[in-house]
Design a protein around this ligand. Structure first.
Ligand code: P1T
Length: 381
């Protein structure tokens, strides 16, 4: 099946009871049993819910995975994957990554006994040198949040497997339409479905996709035992969002390319981070492992302190200053003060998350309007 067909039909079968073409939203916490333990496969909605089952089937198909599990948020999905490990295990992680992922690793799992090292995963030699005998996972974000670094999935999967470790890819920025890490050798894919999979900024959800049966069984156990599951309405919303994922990603990417090219020539802009620009250090790798460069653009403006940004924020008419990304509307975020505030300042600055760094989630509006909005706001600096 090709992509647009897959997105429209994945996980969606006409309801056998009524013929309803759209997946019904099963608002029920429990299910009648004919006799104790005799039921139609559903007992209790923390364990299973038919709307969630339909979504999980769709998510698996999108990532060409055998299995998918939906969670209450991207971080709940991350939490479940990290719980596959035991105290004393070591994890290598992309240095540039979502602040909340950094926080759960440093402040929840490190005190619990896991060990983390944050490395430049665009550089295979640096990753190789950081492996320890107890390294169990290599965890990468590609493109990374917020600097859009691209890490080589196939090479890192080979390296992880040589060292008896697994490769986890947070595929949130790329989406399954732009990149399928499992096909490149990764073992586990994690998504914040809050973003492009949902696509409309109206739901918080996470997902895990994988092929390994033993890890799947353990994750299914954790999903039920810990209980961070999404409700049926949220599952319906993400199922609906998925139907337009390829269409949206094409437009997000087309707009982002135009905006990145505009910013690259702007005198107030010191640096642009976008994998679709020839100046991006991993431009060729992005071309090779991604269908399109995606809808996220980061750039650095020439300001000495965040206070100097006030007139810029005030002048914006279309871009909304907000955390999150991946919706149809354009958002702008200040990583140092917002999404990445949980990373200590010294580490942030070393990474390149400076007071002038801005991150755009480019929506599907008309590119000319978006460029005009940025042009007018940049005039204020
Ligand atoms: O917000 P939640 O659904 O729990 O997903 C967490 C998460 C995981 N991975 C990546 C790459 C992410 O970007 C996120 C969430 N990110 C934001 C809210 C943000 O504005 O960057």
């Amino acid at each position: 099946m090709k992509w647009h067909t897959l997105a429209v039909h994945a996980g969606t079968e006409p309801d056998p009871l009524t013929g309803a073409v759209m997946t019904p939203v099963y608002f029920t916490s429990t299910y009648a049993q004919e006799a104790p333990g005799r039921h139609k496969g559903y007992e209790y909605s923390r364990t299973h819910n038919p709307t969630r089952t339909a979504l999980e089937m769709a998510l698996a198909q999108l990532e060409s995975a055998k299995y998918a599990l939906a969670f209450a948020s991207g971080l709940a999905a991350t939490d479940a994957v990290l719980r596959l490990l035991s105290p004393g295990d070591h994890v290598l992680v992309s240095r540039d990554l979502y602040g909340g992922t950094y926080r759960i690793m440093r402040r929840v799992f490190e005190p619990w006994g896991l060990q983390f090292d944050f490395v430049d995963t665009t550089n295979v030699a640096e990753v190789e040198a950081a492996f320890r005998p107890n390294t169990r996972l290599l965890w990468i974000e590609t493109p990374s949040n917020p600097l859009l670094h691209i890490s080589p999935i196939a090479a890192l999967a080979d390296l992880a497997h040589e060292r008896n470790a697994k490769l986890v890819v947070d595929n949130t920025f790329a989406t399954p339409y732009l990149q399928n890490p499992l096909e490149m050798g990764a073992d586990i894919v994690v998504h914040s479905a809050t973003k492009y999979l949902g696509g409309h900024s109206d739901v918080v959800m996470g997902a895990v996709m994988l092929n390994d049966e033993a890890a799947y069984t353990q994750l299914r156990f954790l999903q039920n035992a810990v209980g961070a599951v999404p409700g049926p309405m949220d599952c319906f919303l993400v199922l609906r969002g998925i139907k337009t994922l390829p269409l949206r990603m094409q437009k997000h990417s087309e707009n982002a390319q135009k905006i990145a090219e505009f910013l690259a020539t702007h005198p107030k802009v010191a640096k642009v981070y976008y994998p679709g620009l020839l100046t991006h250090p991993q431009y060729l790798l992005a071309k090779q492992q991604m269908r399109l460069p995606g809808g996220m653009v980061s750039f650095e403006v020439k300001v000495s302190s965040p206070e100097d940004m006030q007139p810029f924020w005030k002048a914006l008419r279309i871009f909304t200053l907000a955390e999150s990304l991946g919706g149809v509307e354009s958002l702008i975020n200040h990583p140092a003060l917002m999404t990445h505030a949980s990373i200590p300042e010294e580490e942030r600055l070393a990474l390149g998350i400076t007071p002038g760094l801005l991150r755009l989630s480019v929506g599907i509006e008309d590119a000319d309007d978006l460029i005009e909005d940025l042009r007018a706001a940049l005039l204020q600096l």
